[in-house]
Design a protein around this ligand. Sequence first.
Ligand code: SF4
Ligand code: SF4
Length: 128
Amino acid sequence: MKLLVNFSRGKGRKPIIAQVVRDTGVLINVERANIDSSEGEALIDVPDDQCQLVRDSMTSLGARVRLLDRGISYNESECVDCGACISVCPREVFSFDPAWKLRHEEEKCILCGKCIDACPHRALTLPL
Ligand code: SF4
Ligand code: SF4
């Protein structure tokens, strides 16, 4: 399951993900991370049956954790069918239909985030 983790980096800069791996023994796959000197956001993938354990452990360390149980959100009204998302998506979530309109298969999405930055019209966002 995908978890979106937000944390601040105070004095001491605790390596939260590393600490949770050590404390729980769960192997965490980091899909993407944006971390600067004051805060961080990471999208992680954990086994379904250990999701709650990881979530509780991260929360106890001060992180905010949100379960992402849907694929990328697609706002059709903002889309101009440019195809930029097709070329960057590693899971072939997007394709053109015979009329060159964008087709979107959300169930294939692994929430890697690559299409969000590629879209010039901000038609793609993380699910709420
Ligand atoms: S988040 Fe990644 S897998 Fe999902 S649609 Fe975008 S590029 Fe494809
Ligand atoms: S990159 Fe954005 S505007 Fe272009 S086809 Fe994909 S969703 Fe539509």
